[in-house]
Design a protein around this ligand. Structure first.
Ligand code: TRP
Length: 348
């Protein structure tokens, strides 16, 4: 069962639909290197589960990546490694289309058209734009235009459902506005897509600073568990997680953020409820509890790391996955783009 805004979508309530009528999911991730436990529990795991119920497009957003300075060789390498990590997490090219944004013609074409409908002020008000712009010496126009490109990614496939993190909700709002605006300006064309925000329990905090989200840009990397960390490194990071001096294993986000974070990680990994975890560890110490959390996380991530290592060295295979994914995506993109061009009055 997936919760989408106020609506609850039961995964089996479209059983009357034929395979071709499945709803469309599109989501994207920038190829930024290593995925961490928060990316896995909060995103990749949901995407994996959606593959059986939806027609899924999973996109590596390399065109978004260049909105801030990038090094070509790193972008190329990270595209492969990101694909291999997502596949190791369970994204399956036999079920879904996995592709790089740059390999499909239509994203930037549609972004241009949507950008022409998008009020400049709305782009300038985006929190992510303001945050990222502050960190640049010179701000490229692409950084401002980014939400129009993201809207194009989604609308090009007429997606119904878009799994995104909290930080992308504002961009999804723009996407919905642009879908409405295009439909009103020309004629009904796009679905207005709904966000899919993963379970709150999957919000993973830093192990060292449990009031901030786990992040790859955290200066204290001991607080971030990567899915490709070795078993030893994972154990060490979890055993040295910050707790408190109370000594009891109970969830209390305000007063015990460290222990609460470990409880919610353990809950997400093992599927045990918070109440059951509190009962199971009543009277036990933090050392015992951390060891249980470490065992559970290692058991979950170890096969993923092994699979990642197998995949990442097989460039030809990864290329063939991307190529097949891009071909399927291109077919869908062509249908939308040709409709859009006709409505806008572009000759084809
Ligand atoms: N902007 C998203 C991020 O940085 C990545 C992304 C690009 C995306 N296009 C998308 C996510 C379309 C969802 C749908 O995380």
């Amino acid at each position: 069962m997936f919760t989408i805004g106020a609506k609850v979508i039961m995964s089996d309530n479209n059983s009357a639909n034929t395979a071709t009528q499945k709803q469309v999911v599109l989501t994207g991730a920038q190829p930024t290197g290593r995925l961490h436990l928060g990316n896995y529990l909060g995103a990749a795991l949901n995407w994996k589960k959606m593959q059986d119920d939806y027609t899924c497009f999973f996109m590596i957003a390399n065109q978004h990546a260049i909105t801030v300075p990038t090094v070509a060789a790193e972008l190329r390498k990270n595209t492969y490694s990101c694909l291999a990590q997502y596949m190791a997490c369970g994204l399956d090219p036999a079920k879904s289309s996995l592709f790089a944004q740059s390999q499909v013609i239509g994203h930037t074409e549609l972004a241009w058209i949507l950008g022409c409908l998008c009020p400049l002020g709305q782009l300038e008000r985006m929190t992510q734009f303001k945050d990222k712009a502050k960190k640049q010496i010179s701000v490229g126009a692409g950084l401002l235009y980014y939400p129009a490109l993201m809207a194009a990614d989604i609308l090009l496939y007429n997606a119904h459902v878009v799994p995104v993190g909290e930080d992308q909700k504002q961009h999804l709002e723009i996407t919905r506005d642009l879908a409405d605006k295009f439909n009103a300006t020309y004629s009904p064309t796009f679905n207005v897509p709904a966000p899919f925000i993963g379970k709150a329990g999957a919000r993973v905090m830093s192990l060292q600073n449990p009031t901030s989200k786990m992040s790859k840009s955290d200066p204290n990397q001991a607080g971030t568990v990567y899915i490709v960390d070795t078993d030893d490194v994972i154990r060490k990071k979890i055993m040295s997680a910050v707790t408190d001096s109370e000594g009891s294993i109970r969830a209390d986000a305000e007063n015990k953020p460290g222990v609460t974070n470990l409880i919610s990680i353990y809950s997400a990994v093992t599927g045990t409820s918070v109440a059951d975890i509190e009962a199971e560890f009543a009277g036990k110490g933090y050392g015992d509890f951390k060891k249980a959390v470490a065992d559970a996380v290692v058991a979950m991530l170890s096969p993923i790391r092994t699979r990642y290592e197998e995949l990442v060295s097989q460039k030809d295979y990864l290329d063939s996955v991307l190529k097949a994914g891009a071909e399927a995506a291109q077919r869908a993109a062509n249908r939308t783009l040709s409709k859009v061009y006709r409505k806008v009055g572009f000759l084809q």
